[in-house]
Design a protein around this ligand. Structure first.
Ligand code: FE2
Length: 294
């Protein structure tokens, strides 16, 4: 299907961590031949009403990594999340590893730098991250080769990370009965999202797909793993012969009915800084709420 250096004979060991507060799934992805791993989409806990943050989620991941004697090569963000805060810098401080995101983070930083009226000290060049991935870029996790696919639409900076026979799709797709994520954030686009989903579904049928979110539709238990073949056959938004035009119409109408994610205001301010918490002029950790700005 492509020139991507994908090796389906490599089966990384994937440990999932589910955050009940935000329905986010974080992953530790380990090289089966070594102790090296990557951590994908970690979560910092926040009680937004109280303005209080905590690291229970992140500490669970850190404990897992330490118990198994793993070396963290990478802390990957599939995109700038709008519904939870990243714990990447906290984990990096304890375990090392490089924080990486898609190169189009700069577009997200431009947009929300304006929304949050950030001053010139807020760099819009992605320099808060250790690595910026472009379409087709590869990187190593121990002996495994990982490849980043540019899959925008939900946001302009979304990437899907393919590691052996496992692909981490971020919010490009949900489980087959969950369909797809919204495409109405600034820089989002339903048609572009459809094209990105098709790019993911052009991966080999047996490719394991790991979701960033699951909401247990229709009361089923939370799930996060499926395959390309299952998504192609059964995805309620794009599977079984739905056209691009069908998808754009459905997605646009649905998105118009959705409320903003509860944590979008703190999430964007933190995540566009690679998970660092902004400070006020005296260096105190502080978040803003732009009125009628979103
Ligand atoms: Fe998202």
């Amino acid at each position: 299907m492509s020139d991507y250096p994908i090796d389906m004979t490599v089966t990384p060991e994937v440990q999932a961590f589910f955050d009940e507060a935000t329905n986010t799934i974080s992953y530790v992805v380990k090289d089966p031949e070594s102790t090296h791993c990557a951590i994908i989409d970690s979560v910092m806990d926040i009680d937004y009403a109280a303005g209080r943050i905590a690291y229970e989620n992140a500490d669970e991941i850190i404990a897992y990594v330490q118990e198994h004697g793993l070396t963290v090569d990478w802390l990957i963000e599939t995109h700038v999340h709008a519904d939870h805060l990243s714990a990447a810098p906290y984990i990096q401080q304890k375990l090392g590893g490089k924080i990486g995101i898609g190169e189009h983070i700069t577009t997200v930083q431009e947009t929300f730098g304006k929304v949050f009226n950030e001053g010139t000290e807020f760099q819009r060049d992605g320099s808060q991250f250790d690595a910026l991935f472009s379409e087709g870029d590869t990187y190593e996790i121990g002996g495994m080769k990982a490849v980043a696919l540019y899959t925008p639409g939900h946001t302009p900076a979304c990437m899907t990370h393919v590691i052996g026979n496992a692909a981490f799709v971020g919010d490009t797709l949900f489980m087959p009965d969950g369909g797809s994520a919204r495409a109405d954030f600034p820089g989002g686009d339903a048609g572009v999202l459809y094209d990105s989903i098709m790019k993911v579904l052009a991966l080999p049928d047996e490719m394991r797909l790991f979701m960033c979110h699951d909401y247990g539709p229709n009361g089923r238990d939370i799930q996060w793993e499926t395959t390309v073949a299952e998504e192609k056959a059964n995805n309620i938004h794009v599977g079984a012969g739905k056209t691009r035009a069908d998808f754009i119409k459905f997605r646009t109408e649905r998105d118009a009915t959705l409320d903003m994610p509860k944590l979008i205001i703190p999430s964007l301010q933190v995540n566009m800084r690679a998970g660092e918490i902004p400070t006020d002029k005296d260096g105190k950790p502080m978040l803003k709420v732009p009125l009628n700005g979103l």
